[in-house]
Design a protein around this ligand. Structure first.
Ligand code: HEM
Length: 535
């Protein structure tokens, strides 16, 4: 309620003291002590030193001093919203997961979109990959689909991730640039990482300049498994497709927007939801068997590859609607903890070595980010179904379990939680053989064929944007070797693209293409990979 003169007192120096009453509760300390004066600290005399005794001042400043927590090591800048997922077509034939069986049931979700490289206070429209993370609060526990707006990734093995991120983020001596690309360390690392070339093509496309968070696709990227009641598994890839179509800005627009409104994407999502224009996505899957995977000319465990929609068509199975902005940015958007290892019975992992490393990383980082092993108890992270186990204590423990028994199995407690073999989580029974070792399969060796397919799938103006993006980016690189090495990689992808970039950079001579471990194949261009084709 607005302040009016009758509930406001004026202090000795003219400062205003608003009084509790009516709809205004009492202002208290964290111990519930009503505060008489929130404008003046306790002084030895009106112009004298402040007294250490002032526990009200100390409590208030102590808490303020600790308001910030570490930002995410990647994907620090994000915007999120609540909504629901509704299954429209059952996958009951393939999986026991209730969320993929119960047509028409609305499952609550919390979805966070992010940039990757910039800090929490950076702008919304740099050229960068966007995170697309969905937490489904299912009846069988939380399922997190922690994806990006691009269906492939830079690297094939999680052991490379810290190096990738160190190359992408601001350079450690100078503390800039905040942007993901357009600097020496990013392009230096790309130039010596041939497996990144497919992702580099996507990163240089208009996909990394989304018009709106509401107009982005999302991808689970990795191959996952669905398990039926007999334990039979089917491979699955997940795709989100925006109802508003896939739309991008051009580079010039993105630059101007970054200056005019650093919160452009956050504000757009907020405004749309406040206005009742709830953004919506279709969830689609690609389903395939081991036998089909064995025939692909690439490895389905390799996160640098797409499975062309012409090879395995998309099947739309549901929709997600985001219809509620969080009440509190910190409590929800900042404290939410997504984790690729959060799955439900009937969904399991594949051997993708990038996914396998992710299964460790998120829980681990969130302990240092959120400060306590009990961060699953924060309301945004807690499952909305009952959950119970014998884990105890720890920093910030919020539960108060009763009784003597904190172990299992036991015979002393009549109401303690126990296993459920029938509908609990089972891992796929997969035969494994071969020799142990730090060896990458040769089936991961083709780094250029899909990069070529993607480039050649673009319309001519999309290709022109990619060539300009490469020229702009590489012209920011100070090290000549890095520029020429990247043009060399382009020659393996598309000779015309390499020529355009070399001309744009005014290179004296065309550099040699690096040897490819396997011959580069011409795959038919895929209309499904064009932005323009989806609008
Ligand atoms: C955060 C996606 C690979 C480690 C995130 C987020 C997304 C994401 C969307 C932000 C989640 C949020 O909004 O809170 C992906 C995708 C990957 C990938 C799609 C590849 C397909 C990796 C790998 C690692 C990793 C290989 C480590 C081995 C992290 C960490 C965070 C993060 C540590 C911060 C999590 C937090 O503080 O809550 N990732 N990521 N990611 N990712 Fe990844």
């Amino acid at each position: 309620a607005p302040t009016n003169a009758s509930d406001t007192e004026v202090g000795a120096a003219g400062e205003l003291h608003q009084q509790a009453g009516g709809s205004h509760p009492q202002l208290t300390t964290n111990q519930g002590l009503p505060i008489a004066d929130n404008q003046n600290s306790l002084r030895a005399n009106p112009r004298g030193p402040t007294l250490l005794e002032d526990f009200i001042l100390r409590e208030k400043i102590f808490h303020f001093d600790h308001e910030r927590i570490p930002e995410r090591v990647v994907h620090a800048r994000g915007s999120a919203a609540h909504g629901y997922f509704e299954l429209t077509e059952s996958l009951g034939q393939y999986t026991t997961a209730k969320i993929l069986n119960e047509v028409g049931v609305k499952t609550p979700v919390f979805t966070r979109f992010s940039t990757v490289a910039g800090g929490a206070g950076s702008v919304d429209t740099p050229r960068d990959v966007r995170g697309f993370a969905v937490k489904f609060y299912t009846k069988e526990g939380n399922w997190d689909l922690v994806g990006n707006n691009i269906p492939v990734f830079f690297i094939q093995d999680a052991i490379k991730f810290p190096d990738l991120v160190h190359a992408v983020k601001m350079e450690p001596d100078r503390g800039f640039p905040q942007a993901a690309t357009a600097h020496d360390t990013f392009w230096d690392y790309m130039s010596v990482t041939p497996e990144a070339m497919h992702m580099v093509m996507w990163a240089m496309s208009d996909r990394t300049l989304p018009r709106s968070l509401r107009m982005m696709e999302g991808f689970g990227i990795h191959t996952f498994r669905l398990l039926d009641k007999d334990g039979k598994s089917t491979f699955v890839k997940f795709h989100w497709r925006p109802k508003l179509g896939l739309q991008s800005t051009v580079w010039d627009e993105a630059l101007k927007i970054a200056g005019a409104d650093p919160d452009f994407h956050r504000r757009d999502l907020f405004d749309a939801i406040q206005n009742g224009d709830f953004p919506e996505w279709e969830l689609a899957v690609q389903l395939f068997s081991q036998e089909e995977a064995d025939k692909f000319p690439f490895d389905h465990l390799d996160a640098t590859k797409v499975i062309p929609e012409e090879t395995v068509p998309l099947k739309v199975i549901g929709r997600m609607v985001l219809d509620r902005w969080p009440d509190n940015f910190f409590a929800e958007t900042e404290q939410v903890a997504f984790c690729p290892s959060h799955v439900v019975p009937g969904i399991d992992f594949s051997n993708d070595p990038l996914l396998q490393g992710r299964l460790f990383s998120y829980l681990d980082t969130q302990l240092s980010r959120l400060g306590s092993p009990n961060f699953h108890q924060i309301p945004i992270n807690a499952p909305k179904c009952p959950f119970a186990n014998h884990q105890r204590d720890g920093h910030m423990q919020m539960t108060q379990p009763k009784g003597r028994v904190a172990y299992e199995p036991n015979t002393l407690a009549a109401d303690s939680p126990r296993e459920t073999r029938a509908n609990g989580f089972h891992s796929a029974a997969v035969p494994e053989n071969g020799e142990r070792g730090r060896i990458r399969a040769e089936s991961f060796a083709d780094h250029y064929s899909q990069a070529r397919m993607f480039y050649r799938s673009q319309t001519s103006h999309e290709q022109a944007h990619m060539a300009s993006a490469l020229v702009f980016e590489l012209s920011k690189v100070e090290t000549p070797r890095v520029r020429t090495a990247m043009v060399g990689h382009m020659r393996n992808i598309d000779e015309d693209l390499a020529r355009r970039v070399a001309d744009g950079l005014a290179l004296d001579a065309m550099p040699d293409a690096p040897p490819s471990p396997v011959p580069v194949q011409d795959m038919p261009p895929s209309p499904a990979l064009q932005i323009i084709g989806k609008m």
